[in-house]
Structure formats: structure tokens, C-alpha cells
Design a protein around this ligand. Structure first.
Ligand code: NAD
Length: 484
């Protein structure tokens, strides 16, 4: 296994940087509760160094050809793939997610983003607009300095889903990882520089919310991209608005997964497991409100219970383990609070609901049946391995109930009726949807939410719109006709 300790807390202007004046941030391995590393929150001097170096480096980076920029990103993608195992072990140390997952879902997804946006960089152009004799053209320009702020569930992926399009478009990035998972983004910065990224273009500063707020409020910052909870999103969006900055907000969800009684039971159970228990339920797009049509309910619950109880909990570094701990004890306690509420408000606990093992923050995958729309577990984002199964009879009714939430990140439908699948998914208020599968998020497909779940989209060609702006130039080709 790798040694998870980083060389220093921050990565600024192409090199590791330490400043022990900032508050210590302990990194606790979720599987054992042991402290495995420590970094320090950024002091104002560190924030200043990051922003100064980003500002200084950005114009020369923007002046390079897109092909040159893209080559560096694609080289970084190759290095990440070569080091997938060590990066996956680090991701497991940072988050507690099992290596069985991190080997295929984290550095690989980050490398995909670097490769995809590296490939697009050379084709980012404006357009020519003929206007009779005159014409106009547009120039696609970078925004300048972008700040990325991460959540703790996918630290490697989030740092690249933001960094790759930002850099491809000619911006500099200052990335603040979640204080819970500070390790992975440092490795991303190291690899980008090893691949040839000039100093100052991808800086990592550690810190709590106050460091994020200092970055968002700085007038030298042109864009803020946050992945976090809906309440944090409202604060960050408001602070960014005060400076008229561009934003991307990837926030939480309480997404519906609708299973009609013509669906294949085992396939629907697989979908519900993917939609609730991957990464121990700590996934923003999870389909945590599983609406099951009455005709399939009995068979669905029986199979779901059986398969959920077959989850292999244990040492996340053992590749046979497929279900890891919660990220922190605090998060575990929050989820236990929701489980208690579910029981108190009358839901039926089908399986799980208790801690497992004597070490670390393990919680058994938990399923509640007979959940009704007004229960707390059906209304609030839990961000843990708790699935709520709700009953329904009628299509129109389930669509209305599914949409009765302020959030709108994702939605899923399982049915073998082709027209119903498209009709229902079309009627659900969500940005990222699946038919007969769940939670697949390849870089080629836009990702993001509607309503309270966010603004803007990550991934795919559409992300370019969120990391660049268009300048229009009108060209007069004949004598100017002035009125006097
Ligand atoms: P969080 O909102 O507590 O923190 C997110 C980040 O924001 C952290 O880095 C934190 O330090 C920073 N922050 C906090 N206050 C800030 C402020 N005032 N100004 C600037 N930055 C501030 O979220 P979390 O607990 O780390 O992550 C879990 C949440 O993230 C869940 O709600 C989940 O749904 C959401 N999430 C969304 C997506 C998505 O793509 N839509 C992906 C993963 C997680």
C-alpha cells in the first residue's frame, strides 16, 4: 500500500508549499478511525500566493494553441492511467470507499475528463457570421481564473471534472478540496505538472468553508464551480453574484427512481442497489426515493433484501470488499439520525439500520419499505446508504409525487414499455436521467441538476460554455452611413 502522507499541504505555482500557520486538518481513515495524515488550512498568504500565480500564468496559457494545451491534458490522462492503482489506494485512504470501486471509478473517470477535454481543446473556435456585405465573427475566450470547490465523495474525479474543461479553455484554476478529503487533488496537481502544465495554472489550497469563501469573494476570480450541498450552494451562489462571477453549482438531490411492474425484477433491484449503495450511498445523484408499482412490490422487496444482505463489508483495501464505511463519524451520526426518524415516523425497516464492525464508520446498507411522501427520510437528502421504498399504482400520480421536491438532480425509470419510459422520463424534473440503468456518468454526457440541485452542467461539450465566453466582432466592409 502507498503512504498517503502528502509532501506538503498545498500545491502553488508548480510546487508543494507548506504554511503551518493555518489550522490543522486531520485526515482520518474511515475504515479504522486512525489518523493517517495532516494538512493545514490555507493562511491568507497561501490564498494570495495561489491567486497571484494563477493570474500571472493564465495569459500565456491562453495564448498557446488549443492543441498544445490539449496535449498536456492528454499526457496527464496517460500518467493517471499508468498510476491508477496508487491513485485508487489514495482515494480509498481519503474517502474510505472500497478499492474495488476506486480502481474503476475515480482516477479512471478523472483521466477520461482530461483526455476528453484535452481532445476538444484544439477545436474550440468561434464562428463567422455573414451579414450581406458586412460580416461578424466570434472569438471564444477563457474566463480567466476559475475557483473549484469540492465535496468529499469523489475528490479525484471532482478535481478533474472542474480542472480539465477549465484548463482546456485557457483558464487557470485554484482548487479547494473538501476539508474531509484533502489528499487526492494534490496528486492531480502533481501529475498535471509532470505532464508539462506550466506553473501557476492548477493550484490546490486546503481549507474549511472560510477559505472557500475567501476565494469566492476575491475580485481576481472570474468563475466559481462548486460541488457541495444545496445550503452551501445558496451561500456560494450569492457571494459569486455579488462579484458578477460565472458559476457552476453541482448540488444535492433527493432523486426518484420509478419502477413499473413490467420491469425485470432482478434488473430493477440491480438498478436500485446502484442508485443507493455505491460509495456507501454517498453519491449526489442517488435515486433514494424508489417508487415501486404495487404489482411488483412483494417480489422486488424480497429480492432486494436478499441481495442487500449479501453486501461484503470489510477492509476497503481488500478487493473482495464491495461496501465501505461512511466517510466520517459525523456523517455516520447524521445518517443514524435519519434512520431513527424513519423508524419513529412509521416506515418498515426491511434490512440494515445498524453499525457494523468494531472499527471505523461502517453502517449496514439500509432499506425502508412502506415509506410515505411526508416522512423525513423521503424529503431530505440523507447522503448515506439508506433507501426508501414507496408504493404507487398510477403513472400520473407517481410523476406528480416524484416531482414534489425542491431538488431535481436525477431521475430513473425501469420499465419494458418503450413509450412509457420516454414519456415518464420526459415528465420528471431532473437534469441527469436514466432509463433501465442508474448512475452511469461518462464524460461524454452532460451532468447536472435543475431546480434547487444546481446551475450549469459539467462534462460533455456543454461544459465548454461554462468555462469560456464569446466575444463578437462586427466588421464593416463599406463606407459608414451616419445620419448627419
Ligand atoms: P458541503 O456543502 O458541506 O461542502 C462542499 C464544499 O464547500 C467543501 O469544500 C466546503 O469546505 C466548501 N464550503 C463550505 N462553506 C463554504 C462557503 N461559505 N464558501 C465557499 N465554500 C464553502 O458538502 P459536502 O458535505 O462536502 O458534500 C456533500 C454534498 O455534496 C451533498 O449534498 C451532495 O449531494 C453534494 N454533491 C453534489 C454533487 C453533484 O455533482 N451534484 C456531487 C457530489 C456531492
Amino acid at each position: 500500500m502507498i503512504d498517503p502522507k502528502p509532501s506538503a499541504s498545498h500545491f502553488i505555482n508548480g510546487a508543494y508549499m507548506e504554511d503551518t500557520g493555518g489550522a490543522p486538518i486531520e485526515v482520518i481513515y474511515a475504515a479504522t478511525g486512525e489518523k493517517i495524515a495532516q494538512v493545514h488550512s490555507a493562511t491568507p498568504a497561501v490564498v494570495e500566493a495561489a491567486l497571484t500565480s494563477a493570474r500571472a500564468a493564465q495569459p500565456a496559457w491562453a495564448a498557446m494553441t488549443g492543441t498544445e494545451r490539449g496535449r498536456i491534458l492528454r499526457r496527464a490522462a496517460d500518467i493517471m492511467r499508468d498510476r491508477n492503482r496508487e491513485l485508487s489506494e489514495l482515494e480509498t485512504y481519503d474517502t474510505g470507499k472500497p478499492l474495488q470501486e476506486t480502481l474503476v471509478a475515480d482516477a479512471t473517470s478523472a483521466a477520461d475528463a482530461l483526455e476528453y477535454f484535452g481532445g476538444l481543446a484544439g477545436s474550440l473556435t468561434g464562428e463567422h457570421i455573414p451579414l450581406g456585405g458586412d460580416f461578424a465573427y466570434t472569438v471564444r475566450q477563457p474566463l480567466g481564473v476559475c475557483v473549484g470547490i469540492g465535496a468529499w465523495n469523489y475528490p479525484t474525479q471532482i478535481s478533474c471534472w472542474k480542472g480539465a474543461p477549465a484548463l482546456a479553455c485557457g483558464n487557470a484554476m485554484v482548487f479547494k478540496p473538501s476539508e474531509t478529503t484533502p489528499l487526492c487533488a494534490l496528486k492531480v496537481a502533481e501529475i498535471l505538472h509532470e505532464a508539462g502544465l506550466p506553473a501557476g495554472l492548477y493550484n490546490v489550497v486546503q481549507g474549511y468553508g472560510d477559505v472557500g469563501a475567501a476565494l469566492v469573494g476575491d475580485p481576481r476570480v472570474d468563475k466559481v464551480s462548486l460541488t457541495g450541498s444545496a445550503p452551501t450552494g445558496k451561500k456560494v451562489y450569492a457571494a459569486a453574484a455579488a462579484g458578477m462571477k460565472h458559476v457552476t453549482m453541482e448540488l444535492g438531490g433527493k432523486s426518484p427512481l420509478v419502477i413499473f411492474d413490467d420491469a425485470d425484477v432482478d434488473n430493477a433491484v440491480s438498478g436500485a442497489i446502484l442508485a443507493n449503495f455505491y460509495s456507501s450511498g454517498q453519491v449526489c445523484s442517488n435515486g433514494t426515493r424508489v417508487f415501486v408499482q404495487s404489482g411488483i412490490k412483494g417480489a422486488f422487496l424480497a429480492r432486494l433484501k436478499e441481495r442487500t444482505e449479501a453486501a461484503v463489508l470489510g477492509d476497503p483495501m481488500n478487493e473482495a470488499t464491495n461496501f465501505g464505511p461512511m466517510v466520517t463519524e459525523a456523517q455516520l451520526q447524521i445518517v443514524e439520525g435519519f434512520i431513527a426518524k424513519g423508524i419513529e415516523e412509521g416506515a418498515t425497516l426491511l434490512t440494515g439500520g445498524t453499525r457494523a464492525g468494531s472499527l471505523g464508520w461502517f453502517l449496514r446498507p439500509t432499506v425502508f419499505a412502506d415509506v410515505t411522501d411526508g416522512m423525513t427520510i423521503a424529503r431530505e437528502e440523507i447522503f448515506g446508504p439508506v433507501m426508501s421504498v414507496l408504493d404507487f399504482e398510477d403513472e400520473a400520480d407517481v410523476v406528480a409525487r416524484a416531482n414534489d421536491t425542491e431538488l431535481g438532480l436525477s431521475a430513473g425509470v425501469f420499465t419494458n414499455d418503450l413509450t412509457r419510459a420516454h414519456r415518464v422520463i420526459g415528465a420528471l424534473d431532473a437534469g441527469s436521467c436514466w432509463i433501465n440503468t442508474y448512475n452511469l456518468a461518462p464524460v461524454e454526457v452532460p451532468f447536472g441538476g435543475v431546480k434547487g440541485s444546481g446551475v450549469g452542467r459539467e462534462n460533455a461539450k456543454v461544459a465548454i460554455e461554462h468555462y469560456s465566453q464569446v466575444k463578437s466582432v462586427y466588421v464593416g466592409m463599406s463606407a459608414v452611413e451616419a445620419p448627419f
